[in-house]
Design a protein around this ligand. Structure first.
Ligand code: AMP
Length: 460
């Protein structure tokens, strides 16, 4: 027997037999960390990716508390997409096999609502669904949460990305206070903390990735002449091809110049500096965060407070005179257990600064020649996603789910090709995979969103 054996948990013999039948020989790390706490009734914030076995981690907990004598809904799982909801329901049904007649119902948009309401009327012990449709059922009174014991937020970060914060809040507010809440998320952006504070009670945190140290950041230095500096940034990007880069300049003027040079080389770059209007700044941030802009060129001041989860590279276009600032800049990559690149371009005039950074880091800078950047003539560096702006937002009562529905249901674009959806007061931004951008733009312009015609345009 290993320490990660399922029979160390308070599970019934029938459930243990099911696990053995499924070939689950021992717990995965997330299960070993989460299950003892979840089965003991604690609220949880668990950091877990797809493929980690997270579904079973919450499914076994919610199944253990079901009272099958009652027909009421006792567990509710919120998922960002229909695909995930289907997968979750499948896993819950599999694990419930030995438990008798556990009714598991999927409630997602894109399917007629009436048959769903009829199924609910027959009783569903476990409901799995997407936030928008669940709200619809709560509003109609077809879904009742009075007997809810377990609320699960699965892929919570993705739900927030898709603009479901208000919907999640509204659902949680309608569930009994004395319930268990289990939150699973791959990343911990600010919104997750807020969500946890509002809806979880003394949650235990389960994190498997250790806090990233500087060893996750690989630094490379290049010596440049002043006149080749901006061009060298393009060489770096085309050679290393990071999906998401923050390039730091010391001045606004240099930000503008660099963006011009990069755009001329077919690199999707945008500038972020203090001279932008608030609206333009918001738009730039939305586009960078939703991966439809590969390179953000910013001053230190403008980048303050920027929280981007997946930053593959940081470039110091110039070396900052403030050594602490250097550490802060490069610390923006290599987060959340991922490794990241930090590239620094230094001219002879900046070697004094480099020396001070060396002292602070206690590590000699690793200089490489620009000539190692050989793939410079390769294809343009285009971001994987494209942002479509919809003229219409919260004031028009547009919700993320409406946009998702127009794209997936009306236009038949797979949910996996739709990225972040940001609903602002007067406009909405949705990221879609580059391959389907035109199709998505057309669909949004020709199908009503929330019963109304809208204008949509690709931001390039
Ligand atoms: P998930 O991360 O929940 O999407 O799970 C990934 C896959 O791992 C699913 O196909 C599960 O059926 C499977 N799985 C979950 N727990 C275990 C386990 N303890 N041993 C083997 N496979 C598992």
């Amino acid at each position: 027997m290993t320490t990660n054996a399922f029979d160390t948990l308070p599970l019934t013999a029938a459930t243990l037999a099911t696990l053995a039948q499924l070939g689950y020989a021992e717990m995965t790390p997330i299960q070993a960390a989460a299950l003892p706490l979840a089965l003991a009734g604690h609220d949880l914030i668990a950091q877990a990716q797809t493929g980690s076995g997270k579904t079973a981690a919450f499914a076994l907990a919610l199944l253990a508390r079901l009272d099958l004598q009652r027909p009421d809904t006792q567990a509710l799982v919120l998922c960002p997409t229909r695909e995930l909801a289907d997968q979750v329901a499948l896993e819950v049904r599999r694990l419930a096999r030995a438990q008798g007649n556990v009714k598991v119902l999927v409630l997602c948009g894109g399917a007629p609502i009436k048959p769903q309401a009829e199924s609910l009327a027959h009783g569903a012990h476990v409901v799995v669904g997407t936030p928008g449709r669940l709200i619809d059922h709560l509003d109609r009174g077809s879904l009742l949460l009075g007997a809810l014991q377990t609320l699960v937020l699965d892929e919570a970060d993705r739900m927030l990305d898709m603009g479901f914060m208000d919907d999640i809040a509204s659902i949680a507010a309608r569930a009994p206070k004395a319930r268990q809440t289990l939150l699973f998320s791959a990343t911990y952006p600010e919104g997750i903390q807020q969500l946890a504070k509002k809806f979880l009670r003394e949650p235990k945190e389960v994190t498997l990735t250790q806090r990233p140290g500087s060893q996750q950041i690989r630094q490379r230095w290049y010596e440049v002449k002043e006149e080749e500096r901006l061009h060298a940034v393009g060489l770096l990007l085309k050679h290393w091809r990071p999906a998401s880069t923050l390039a730091f300049c010391n001045t606004k003027q240099q930000c503008r110049d660099l963006v011009d040079v990069l755009q001329a080389q077919g690199i999707g770059a945008l500038a972020l500096h203090g001279d932008l209007e608030q609206r333009d700044r918001d738009q730039v941030l939305v586009r960078f965060a939703n991966r439809s802009c590969s390179v953000l060129v910013a001053t230190d001041v403008a980048a303050r407070g920027l929280d981007i989860a997946q930053l593959e590279a940081v470039i110091n276009v110039e070396i900052t005179p403030d050594v602490e600032v250097h550490t802060h800049r490069i610390g923006r990559t290599g987060r959340a257990g991922e490794s990241g690149w930090a590239f620094s371009l230094a001219s002879l005039d900046e070697m004094g600064r480099v020396g001070r950074i060396e002292q602070l880091q206690g590590q000699a800078p690793e200089f490489h020649p620009l000539s190692e950047l050989t793939s410079a003539d390769s294809a343009p560096l285009l971001p994987p996603m494209v942002t479509i702006q919809i003229l219409g937002g919260r004031k028009e009562k547009i919700r993320a789910g409406d946009v998702l529905g127009a794209l997936t249901k009306d236009a038949g674009i797979p949910g996996a090709q739709v990225g972040k959806i940001n609903v602002n007061d007067f406009s909405t931004y949705v990221a879609v995979a580059r391959e389907v951008a035109r199709q998505a733009e057309q669909a949004l312009n020709s199908n009503p969103v929330k019963g109304k015609r809208v204008k949509a345009r690709i931001l390039e």
